[in-house]
Design a protein around this ligand. Structure first.
Ligand code: AMP
Length: 253
């Protein structure tokens, strides 16, 4: 069984990004870039499934600029076997990424595609769901536990999902798309020997054109602005003073 994991190169979660002065987007110039945190969890899960037996290969996929190779090397240092980069200078929207993933799935025929539940830069939470729809595969989103079993020659995944009211357990027949939530696992640290080993692992570079996918944007960003600044707080001397302040300022009746 082969697992394909989608990893996105995104602004590091510790970086405080700012809107560009002209409102045309977010300024990521010179910002530190890393693997999207949910994708690191997805890679870890694929590697753990391989370590527990039954998975022959973990292939990692990224779409974007050539520098995404670094992200793919990190994923291979975490334990993935090989990587595919679909190189594009055009900023890719979730639908374009889902179409590229579909084309790669048709070549690679994985039984599970693991994605992060969302990319922390666009917060779209769309790619995995769109991919499942394009492939007509079942999807199990926001997974916090994944178990793969086989019965009567057919494989399925039992997936636990944290939902608003509690915990939901679902079963999906493979092939399926699974998206990783925060509590699925805690990714391992990348070690120096594994970074060195990852440099020798195969990394294939494709283009959207070679996959026959049109990645031209369909959305137009009209304006990006920063959240309104928080008003400065006040210091109160007692609970009763706080309550009367909240009443006079209209926060409570
Ligand atoms: P999004 O729908 O943009 O919130 O992204 C959800 C997930 O789709 C991410 O966590 C990744 O696993 C995958 N993904 C999105 N964009 C890319 C990309 N450019 N390259 C590889 N994977 C991606």
């Amino acid at each position: 069984m082969k697992i394909l994991v989608a990893v996105k190169r995104a602004v590091d979660y510790n970086v405080r990004v700012r809107a560009k002065a002209d409102g045309s987007g977010v300024d990521v110039h010179n910002a530190r870039m890393s693997m999207n945190p949910f994708d690191e969890i997805a890679v870890e899960e694929a590697v753990r499934l391989k370590e527990s037996g039954g998975v022959s290969e973990v292939v990692v996929f990224s779409a974007g600029v050539l520098a995404c190779q670094e992200t793919l090397r990190t994923a291979m240092a975490l334990g993935a076997d090989r990587a595919i980069l679909v190189e594009s200078e055009i900023e890719l929207e979730p639908l374009a990424v889902a179409k590229l993933l579909k084309a790669v799935c048709e070549k690679e025929r994985p039984e599970i595609v693991l994605c992060g539940k969302q990319a922390i830069d666009d917060d779209a939470n769309q790619t995995g769901q769109m991919l499942a729809a394009l492939l007509n595969w079942p999807q199990a989103t926001f997974a916090s536990k994944v178990t793969v079993t086989e019965a009567g020659g057919r494989r399925q995944a039992t997936v636990i999902r944290e939902i608003d009211g509690g915990i939901e357990t679902i079963e999906v027949a493979l092939p399926a798309v699974i998206t990783a939530d925060l509590r699925l696992n805690e990714p391992r640290y990348v070690t120096l020997p594994n970074i060195i080993k990852a440099k020798k692992k195969p990394l294939e570079i494709l283009t959207p054109m070679s996959l026959g996918v049109n990645v031209l944007p369909r959305l137009k960003t009209l304006y990006v602005s920063e959240p309104p600044k928080r008003a400065t707080g006040i210091r109160v001397g007692s609970v009763s003073e706080l309550v009367s302040y909240l009443k006079t300022s209209g926060v409570i009746a």
